[in-house]
Design a protein around this ligand. Structure first.
Ligand SMILES: O=C(O)CCC(=O)C(=O)O
Ligand SMILES: [Fe+2]
Length: 377
């Protein structure tokens, strides 16, 4: 079995569309785990943190991680840059937008029915979806996103050769979305960069900030990768495996990060309107930070939605489909969504989401799974 990341059609998610929307329970039962204790504690402390994480994975699938390298300062700076990017005028954002050839960069989608084709009027910023009968539907809720991968790799050439050799040219069409994993597209850091030559409004300062943005996001990507790796080793310990058991799956740092901006709504009667549909992540692990004051993230726990509010000194981490598989179902991949509430519908929501995923060529076979509990066919 090969694990594909479904990043075609703007889709890194597994989608569920048949849930009842209950109002979320207004208290947080999401455990807070101190990862520093795992990193630097005694063997006994490490084991007890690993046990805590095991309970998280078994029961709720989401946890707050505190005292990681992603401290308050790094979170705040990342979200400031996130906001800076989406505040650029649309004409500038289009210069590093996704194309048919490259899914990395800037794009917009509707979180409620993502994957849908959207037409956006750049003058007004209003979006329309077009149904199969060619009727237009005005859409108010639009998510802007910016997708980046590991900036140190130029991966597609390798991936293309790998899939062609392995599956032949015809079969490799199964992986036809992979050619779209081209190098990252960033706001111009040099005036001579492709596509930016004609932007005569580009100033020295724009270039300077864009450079700082790129450096910062690459740094944040690396820190997330290290933090995820520590958490995954705690998961290994919790399953009575060597700490480095899952390392070889993730050795190439072939991860994906997505910056998001949920645009504010002008309609004030929007309580509990869904901004991003419920889904589970395909990742091994997802690390999420969100801005203060907007909230809206919810996760499904047994029979109710639970709010996952902003916490100043922690990040949110959830185990995804890959970890569910690698642990033979012991770690859950929990559904989650984003909703809007009345008091906050006029606010933008910003999130930066890091998906820790296996190297692109990794296959997960039955021998990688835990014991012989449930072999996957
Ligand atoms: O923006 C958020 O808070 C949620 C995003 C999310 O669940 C995802 O990108 O997978
Ligand atoms: Fe998600």
């Amino acid at each position: 079995m090969i694990l594909q990341r479904k990043i075609l059609n703007n889709n890194i998610y597994r989608n569920f569309s048949t849930f009842n929307y209950n109002n979320a329970v207004n208290h947080s039962v999401i455990p807070i785990i101190d990862i520093k204790q795992f990193k630097y504690g005694s063997d006994q402390t490490r084991q007890s943190i690993a046990n805590e994480i095991y309970n998280v994975g078994k029961n709720i699938g989401f946890m707050y991680i505190k005292n990681s390298e992603i401290d308050v300062k790094l979170k705040t700076k990342t979200l400031e840059y996130n906001q800076w990017l989406f505040n650029l005028p649309i004409q500038k954002k289009q210069l590093f937008a996704q194309t048919d050839q490259n899914i990395r960069g800037y794009y917009r989608f509707q979180g409620v029915g993502y994957g849908e084709q959207l037409v956006i009027d750049d003058e007004t910023g209003h979006a329309k979806s077009i149904d199969e009968n060619n009727n237009n539907h005005e859409i108010e809720d639009v998510i802007e996103a910016f997708l980046v991968g590991n900036d140190h790799q130029k991966p597609w050439v390798l991936k293309k050769d790998y899939y062609e050799q392995r599956y032949g040219k015809n079969q490799s069409s199964r992986f036809k979305w992979l050619p779209n994993c081209q190098p990252n597209q960033w706001p111009a850091t040099e005036p001579s960069e492709n596509g930016f030559e004609n932007d005569d409004t580009l100033t020295e300062n724009d270039l300077k900030v864009a450079k700082a943005f790129r450096n910062h996001m690459n740094h944040y990507f690396d820190v997330c990768s290290q933090t995820a790796s520590t958490i995954v080793s705690a998961i290994a310990l919790s399953l009575a495996l060597p700490l480095n058991h899952f390392d070889h799956f993730h050795s190439k740092n072939d991860h994906t990060m997505e910056l998001k901006h949920y645009k504010p709504s002008t309609n004030t009667n929007k309580n509990n309107k869904v901004r991003m549909n419920e889904h589970a992540d395909l990742s091994t692990l997802t690390l999420l930070i969100q801005n203060k004051g907007t909230d809206g993230l919810q996760l499904w726990n047994q029979s109710e939605w639970i709010d996952a509010p902003f916490l100043d000194d922690a990040i949110l981490v959830n185990t995804g489909d890959v970890m569910e598989r690698l642990s033979n179902g012991q770690y859950k991949s929990t559904k989650h969504r984003v909703v809007m509430n009345n008091q906050k519908s006029h606010l933008s929501r910003y999130s930066t989401v890091f998906f820790y995923v296996p190297n692109w060529e990794k296959e997960i076979t039955n021998s990688d799974l835990m014991g012989d509990l449930i072999p996957f066919s």
